[in-house]
Write a protein that binds this ligand. Structure first.
Ligand SMILES: Cc1cc2nc3c(=O)[nH]c(=O)nc-3n(C[C@H](O)[C@H](O)[C@H](O)COP(=O)(O)OP(=O)(O)OC[C@H]3O[C@@H](n4cnc5c(N)ncnc54)[C@H](O)[C@@H]3O)c2cc1C
Length: 506
């Protein structure tokens, strides 16, 4: 099928989706291609920290300044995606207080508000902290739901006319007379081939940015860093808990809905798909985070996962380098002589809007259009809602709860199903809190399949779908399987083998 558009964006993470929202608000027609579902890359595999910038205040003040600026904006435009928990930077006896003093000064320099708490004040706010802590510094950290953020951006962009091709991979770029003339893409679910012409092409493929450019014979220096995280079956703190020292392994605990996320590690990786978690990662994260909250040693873990950070490695000669140290916007006209190609990569989830703004500004400049950015002021759809979990709590006691761990209602899921025809179980899980709680979908995904059948939306072999889901779930569960988690797995295995007869090998 042949398609045409003004701007073609490749990559359906926060950056690409934020970009098409920004462009469509400026009345520029766009098409976005993503080879999985939204959030298939780092945008669905991160820590969910709503950065105050504190983590970078000492080591990378420019990135810290970007974070606190976006922190203020997102509180206004995306309150439904954020839990305003506050955050503490905790000094333990082995850390001493030198770093704490540098930290407070560095925060002041980039306008991050801080409040110094004594040991007793910190323990009264967070009784689970190690009783020997020296002091804590409070900053405006929080928790952010990346799925809700990206889907809200997508919803707005779609309402403004953007078209999305999900589960579709760009496979080649044809360049002629210093322009990308067309790209070829393939629908990975149905096999449809697309030939797409666009006036401008934006590479927003995150950790795949270099691999994508290699389709056109170019190369950018990316350093890929794998970070592992663990999810506990309960919240261990009200606030984000950081270790007050330079960022390192196992120094942060982020509360998120009903769980806490322990993180993270940083290991150089060659492949953007290498997201396995090792037993060493698990031991290291428990050992380090339990120094801040000792009860974590006995925590019941429900999942391990990892993501790949897209880091831009260095500045090459003649390159249109970074707007900041946090992210890079490359104009391939200046770098490689290709007039209509740009790359935006690096940065953080929380800086997605700023990255989109800078990339859109560059496109407008190239198109000779005067259209100002409005994403810093215009709330996302859903901003008028209160945060989802509070609403779900109100439903306690009702009979139509589909997921008992996260209190997801049947009608919530049916609403998502009505919006568009989604047949892939993972697509549905990305759009709801289903399978994100303690049982990790063990008890609710087969109910979901029942609803798909009721609505006549369960195409194909349901047992095959269940198997696919269980295999994906297993990847996250295997590294943390001991104690109560192992016992629960035996129960779940019994249910799936016994009720659904998933015992056979084929
Ligand atoms: C371990 C870890 C923890 C993090 N924690 C935080 C945090 O707490 N807070 C924070 O603000 N940030 C955090 N980040 C950073 C943040 O997750 C990323 O910076 C952000 O999600 C990047 O978004 P993106 O859209 O640029 O890339 P991605 O989300 O990776 O999106 C790129 C997309 O491109 C698609 N794609 C690639 N090639 C093709 C192709 N050929 N055709 C079609 N599609 C293609 C991929 O499928 C992918 O979905 C963390 C990152 C990691 C790895």
């Amino acid at each position: 099928m042949k398609l045409q558009t003004e701007v073609l964006v490749v990559g359906g993470g926060a950056t690409g989706v934020g970009l098409v929202r920004d462009l469509s608000l400026r009345n520029i027609p766009c098409l976005l291609i993503e080879r999985g579902d939204f959030c298939s890359g780092a945008s669905g595999r991160n820590h969910g920290l709503f950065h105050s910038g504190g983590r970078y205040a000492v080591s990378d003040p420019e990135a810290a300044r970007e974070c606190i600026g976006e922190n203020r904006i997102l509180r206004n435009i995306a309150p439904h995606c954020i839990e305003e928990t506050e955050g503490l930077f905790v000094s333990l006896p082995e850390d001493g207080l030198d770093f704490r003093d540098r930290f407070i000064q560095a925060c002041q320099q980039v306008a991050i508000p801080t409040r110094l708490l004594s040991r007793d004040e910190a323990l009264s706010l967070e009784p689970g902290l190690h009783p020997d802590l020296l002091s804590a510094v409070q900053v405006p950290d929080g928790a952010i739901d990346p799925f809700e953020l990206v889907l809200s951006n997508a919803k707005d962009a779609e309402a403004l006319g953007t078209r999305f091709l999900l589960h579709t991979e760009v496979t080649s770029l044809t360049i002629n007379r210093n322009r990308v003339r067309y790209i070829l893409a393939r629908d990975l679910l149905h096999g449809e081939e697309y030939e797409i012409e666009a006036s401008y092409l934006i590479n927003a493929t995150g950790a795949w940015a270099d691999r994508f450019l290699r389709l056109a014979g170019f190369h950018i220096p990316m350093a890929l860093s794998r970070g592992a995280m663990l999810i506990t079956n309960q919240r261990f703190s009200h606030r984000v808990i950081n270790r007050c020292r330079l960022p390192s392994d196992g120094d942060i605990i982020v509360p998120n809905h009903t769980v806490s996320i322990l993180g993270t590690t940083s290991v150089r990786s060659e492949e953007p798909e290498s997201v396995e978690v090792t037993s060493q990662d698990v031991s290291l994260l428990i050992q380090e985070t339990s120094k801040m909250i000792p009860a974590i040693k006995e925590a019941r873990l429900i999942r391990a996962y990892a993501g790949i950070r897209p880091l831009f490695q260095s500045v090459e000669k003649g390159e249109d380098r970074a707007i900041s140290r946090g992210f890079v916007l490359i104009d391939h006209e200046k770098r490689d002589g290709i007039k209509n190609l740009m790359t935006i990569t690096g940065g953080k989830l929380i800086t997605y809007r700023l990255m989109a703004e800078k990339a859109s500004d560059l496109i407008c400049q190239k198109m000779g259009i005067k259209a100002d950015c409005s994403t810093h002021q215009k709330p996302l759809p859903g901003a008028e809602k209160t945060r989802g979990f509070k609403d779900r709590l109100k439903a306690l006691g009702r009979m139509d709860i589909l997921c008992d761990c996260e209190l997801v209602l049947k009608e919530e899921v049916e609403e998502v199903l009505k919006e568009r025809k989604l047949y892939d179980l993972q697509d549905i899980l990305h759009r709801t809190r289903l399978a994100k709680g303690t049982c990790q979908g063990g008890f609710c995904v087969y109910r979901l399949l029942g609803i798909l059948h009721e609505l006549g939306m369960a195409e194909g072999d349901s047992n095959k779908k269940l198997k696919g889901f269980l295999e994906e779930r297993w990847k996250g569960i295997r590294p943390i399987l001991w104690g109560s988690a192992a016992r629960e797995e035996e129960l779940i295995e019994g249910i799936y083998k016994g009720i659904f007869n998933l015992n056979n090998k084929e």
